[in-house]
Design a protein around this ligand. Structure first.
Ligand SMILES: *[C@@H]1O[C@H](CO)[C@@H](O)[C@H](O)[C@H]1NC(C)=O
Ligand SMILES: *[C@@H]1O[C@H](CO)[C@@H](O)[C@H](O)[C@H]1NC(C)=O
Ligand SMILES: *[C@@H]1O[C@H](CO)[C@@H](O)[C@H](O)[C@H]1NC(C)=O
Ligand SMILES: *[C@@H]1O[C@H](CO)[C@@H](O)[C@H](O)[C@H]1NC(C)=O
Ligand SMILES: *[C@@H]1O[C@H](CO)[C@@H](O)[C@H](O)[C@H]1NC(C)=O
Ligand SMILES: CC(=O)N[C@H]1CO[C@H](CO)[C@@H](O)[C@@H]1O
Length: 301
């Protein structure tokens, strides 16, 4: 039993590595692009002055991994983040890009350390941190699912799809969505959550790569078209684009690129590959920045 589980794990690990390595260069390096070169998204040039007129800012948190088994400080410090950090930084928006609950490959999930399941209690910790600190009264909280939030889900309607019950956006938006933010100068910034979680959601370890299936692809393309009147848009999701497959001929980067207002795609998921790669920034060939944030889980980023 242990042997077969281990070889299963090894096999899927090899598959994942081979998929990743093919385009890992996209995630971790920037071969034919120059990050310090500015890309012109808007013709309009604005001056930054000593007023907030043309300025707004937001926070991103990713791979929180609320766990009932490990590191209780992770939850306490997440509470503190919601209660204190957010008030100090006063962001217009907080992006929470996935793995809102759950451990990781090195953490025990089940007692056998190989399986996975949705623990309602972990979701309640996440939800309680947001509720008890009245976070939605103080900022706009845009959360989206990661692969751990999607383990063992038969369908989006599954009773254990706790994202629908214990998240800010999940009740309204089971998958991808956009949020348009009116800025003080009258312009609009669009925030687009890209949910590439598999549907249905397999158990681990078969749940590492994201897939945009045809219905979700069409949905995301509609969202992209809906951004025409925004001044710019910020895309975010759990998976780096090199770990997302699509049911179609287009790569996910082409789909984001259809949104001519897109400046950046923000993601998480790989946790700096265990600390091996600390700056996972690149520029996609369409000019859009791809910036991966390290995890809250261990790095508290
Ligand atoms: C990148 O762009 C900046 C600004 O245009 C320039 O100063 C720098 O030399 C460029 N770096 C490379 C490696 O081309
Ligand atoms: C920005 O500031 C410069 C120098 O003060 C000024 O010439 C220019 O008109 C300003 N541009 C805008 C868009 O306000
Ligand atoms: C938030 O911080 C305040 C001030 O430190 C404290 O009184 C309050 O109990 C905290 N609330 C939560 C939910 O942590
Ligand atoms: C938000 O603030 C309003 C009024 O200040 C209050 O009635 C409401 O309970 C608060 N909501 C949350 C989620 O804290
Ligand atoms: C964009 O603005 C134009 C002009 O106000 C309006 O007709 C159009 O419906 C808007 N498009 C979207 C997708 O909101
Ligand atoms: C597997 C895969 O997606 N490979 C792509 C990696 O990136 C190069 C350059 O953009 C593409 O040509 C490959 O198809």
């Amino acid at each position: 039993m242990i042997l077969s589980n281990t070889s299963l794990l090894l096999l899927s690990f090899l598959i994942l590595v081979s998929v990743m390595v093919q385009n890992l260069s996209h995630v971790i390096s920037c071969q034919d692009c120059n990050l310090s070169e500015s890309v012109k998204f808007n013709e309009k040039i604005v001056n930054i002055t000593d007023t907030f007129t043309n300025l707004f800012w937001f926070l991103q948190i990713s791979d929180i991994h609320i766990s009932i088994f490990h590191d209780p400080e992770r939850i306490q410090e997440f509470n503190k983040f919601c209660n204190e950090t957010v008030d100090i930084i006063k962001p217009s928006v907080v992006i929470a890009s996935g793995k809102l609950h759950g451990g990781d490959l090195t953490d025990a999930k089940d007692r056998n350390e190989l399986g996975s399941q949705q623990y309602e209690e972990e979701w309640k910790h996440y939800w309680n941190a947001l509720q008890s600190t009245h976070i939605t009264n103080r900022t706009i909280w845009l959360d989206t699912r990661g692969n751990h939030d999607n383990f063992n889900l038969q369908s989006l309607d599954s009773p254990v799809n706790y994202f629908r019950h214990y998240s800010v956006q999940g009740a309204r938006y089971p998958r991808s969505y956009s949020h348009h933010l009116k800025l003080p100068n009258g312009e609009v910034a669009a925030f687009v959550a890209l949910d590439a979680c598999l549907d249905p959601g397999p158990r681990r370890p078969f749940n590492f790569i994201g897939v945009l299936d045809s219905p979700e692809l069409e949905h995301v393309e509609r969202i992209a078209r809906g951004n025409v009147n925004a001044t710019y848009s910020v895309w975010f999701g759990h998976y780096p684009t090199s770990t997302i497959l699509t049911q179609g001929s287009q790569h996910v980067r082409d789909i984001i690129g259809q949104d001519k207002k897109a400046m950046v795609y923000l993601c998480g998921h790989l946790h700096q590959l265990g600390g091996a790669i600390t700056q996972m920034y690149t520029r996609q060939q369409n000019g859009i920045l791809e910036l991966e944030l390290a995890d809250w889980k261990l790095s508290r980023m």
